[in-house]
Write a new protein. Sequence first.
Length: 576
Amino acid sequence: MPIKVLPDEVASAIAAGEVIERPASVVKELVENSLDAGASRVAIKVEAGGKHLIEVADDGQGIAAAEIELALARHATSKLQSAQDLFAIESLGFRGEALSSIAAVSRFELISRPQDQESGRHLLVEGGAKQSLEKVGAPSGTVVRVQDLFFNVPARRKFLKTEPTERRWINEYVTRYALAYPQVRFQLTHDGDRSFQSAGSGDRLEVLKEMFGLEKAQQMIPITPGGDGEIEVSGFISPPAIHRSNRKELTFFVNGRWVQDASLSAAVLQAYHGLLMVGRYPYSVLFIQVPAAAVDVNVHPAKAEVRFEDSRQVFSAVQRAVRATLLREAKPPEINLESNWSPTISDQAGGDQINIAWWDSNERLEAKAGEAAELIPAQRSMSSVPLLRSVGQVGTAYIVAEGPDGLYLIDQHAAHERILFERLMAAHEAGEPESQALLEAVTVEFTPSEAPLLEERLTALAQLGFKVEAFGRHSYRVRAIPAILGGLSPERALRTVVEDFEGDEEPLSGEVEAIIAARVCKRAAIKTGQVLSLEEQRRLVRDLEACRSPRTCPHGRPTMIHLSVEALERQFGRRG
Ligand code: ADP
Ligand code: MG
């Protein structure tokens, strides 16, 4: 075929495909336009998950009659004049592509009137072709109505997901923008039913309550104000007691724009390092304000990604803000004798675990990269364990110990889990896991569905000091186990490795080892019900003191609780 310049409709359809992928992208672009127009009210009406209708109405500045057709031209924008402006973008839009793209693939209506004009205009376009333009009476502001999205691009229409999925995406966009613009009143209806509403009061916590429900929203911790002047971080994070099985609730806004960014997620996760059990993730809603010149927002047509001039600086600002907030909130556990104390509450509805937190801020802050080293060293000792003196054992489960500031009850099983876990991981990280050969190799049989799971994790097992080899179709033979785990049953250890990995999250590299280590240490640890001699109790307490994160077991449960001298004095009526 000879080379030809594509006809305009074809070029438009190709371009439209990049900007408008699904109904939610239409909602996003239209809402961004309303926000750019300074609206204080945005009402979104959706039918059939956006396949039939998407309507966005605002009370913003409107479009002048003379410009109404121009607004739909490709690369027509009022937000950018020169390429230079690209580096100082304050608006959400700037590419001048959204309206033309949407109009190219739908039956499109635009009704708009600026406040200072008497009448509005009503423009009708189908599949990119103008049908009519009329003068109409209209309230000031803009209404865009998009019907039958992709009616002229059957291939796209076919690939749309089910209505509930599209609805979910739309809700996600609208709630995110409501959070970023709390002073704007948002209203979203699906098929006539109100699905979300924000008050426009300017209070982000109000919006969070709509999003997460009252209980969870109230537990979210506001980020401690701070920052280095250049980069400001604000927003909310979940306490370590609230977590989920994937990282989908890590939300970031850069200069008011919702973005997806793996390195920002990594910064948050690193700040939680040691506070959450492996394979669990926090919730966060963070607003990052950087000078417009320090961020390139023109990376992708959908504007969902950004590039920072100095991404390390942004990374460490986020990581520091989150970590400092967590440390500030960290309180040593205390027994409250007045109230009915319960260690775990299960939030069934949300499917998320809520544990009463036993926070450990003495995690090795110097973790991984240098970034963490900037963290406030003064707070490091805050929740480390003081020197303890074991007094005895109660219920063949807990060790009673005395410290300088009162009484400690230590869960012998959880404590031993922590000790074994840190030793195993330390040996692994040093690259010298010590194996202890079994007197007799043990053969373990798996089902056909389990065997591949084990196969995948053989390397991780080897790195922890296990020597395991395939032995027949679905059988494996254990020749050695990590020396630290002396009394562990090789068979039980191997079986725990193929148990479900949490949720739908692909573990990060390195996480697999940690998850396996946590599981086998649970199997190898001293059990509840085991009588310990005073010497054994003392050794356990001493080993726990030496841990980097002595206050929680590798699964996030507390290893100890504290009864302060003051609390005792209150109880005995010696204090006010
Ligand atoms: P961009 O937002 O990148 O400028 P769009 O295609 O989304 O491009 O919109 C084109 C232009 O139409 C905008 O620059 C703006 O001037 C105008 N416009 C679009 N939507 C609205 C609205 N809701 N209120 C006022 N003006 C609007
Ligand atoms: Mg736009």
